[in-house]
Design a protein around this ligand. Sequence first.
Ligand code: AMP
Ligand code: MN
Ligand code: MN
Ligand code: MN
Length: 285
Amino acid sequence: MNADLHCHSCHSDGVLSPATLAARAAANGVELWSLTDHDNLGGLDEAREHARALGMRFVDGVEISVTWHGTTIHVVGLGIDPRHAPLDQGLASVRSGRDARALRMAEALEALGVRDAYANAMRHAGNPSLVGRSHFARVLVEQGYAPDVHAVFRDYLVRGRPGYIEHQWTALEQAVAWIRGAGGVAVIAHPGRYRISGELLLRLLADFREAGGRAIEVVSGSHGEAEVRHFARLARDFGFYASRASDFHAPDESPIDLGRGAALPAGVEPVWHAPALGSLVSTPA
Ligand code: AMP
Ligand code: MN
Ligand code: MN
Ligand code: MN
């Protein structure tokens, strides 16, 4: 099964429309797809409609920003009902902090010489409730501060660098509760990307399981081969389902394209076998 259960459209910090993403996923051979914009469900209707027309299975998804013990963690929800009011309203509350953070980021970046940082980031984001670090990263590339967005993050936009602004997202338990309340499966996104010790990561996975989380991304655009093996082992140890995800954002930015990651290793249970997902995976028309 070529599944790709995590990517972004222009309804968060991706650059393509849901329709363009759907066409790209289908062209790349994706059979089961999910759109998982950051804290936003606004692209799902378009994505679902185009996925069906192209003969792909589709599950509604989201990627929720969480703060856990001072670290930003991303929790993907798969198979959620986008009309579930507590989820929809909860995500609105998560989004509501983005604009104020963006104004502070812009101030910090303008102090370094970046021109019209806020207006330029908003040109990329289109909406103050969706603006994020990726939109600022594209501005810094345009103005020659770094050769690509990856270098911008490393030099400017991560903790300890001058353009980084601390932010409090929602709680881990809250994000999982919204996802489960909406009938979905909660998945820890790209576990290899968090800059925390191995010991703390085990605590995160234990807290997540305790809260009702059921899966982790094993194959991710952020994971190398060794990480895929490591997280496959952890998925088995914790009894988590395994997800497969490109985390695609843009043709020129993302390390792997839609549907082009490695296959899940043998010995893990794919997340699309989760009962909550099986009944919701909408079949092509
Ligand atoms: P935000 O939610 O606004 O703090 O932005 C988080 C987003 O920044 C992630 O979803 C990624 O798209 C992007 N990002 C974070 N770290 C990096 C990195 N090192 N290189 C490229 N993009 C990154
Ligand atoms: Mn992103
Ligand atoms: Mn993420
Ligand atoms: Mn993502």
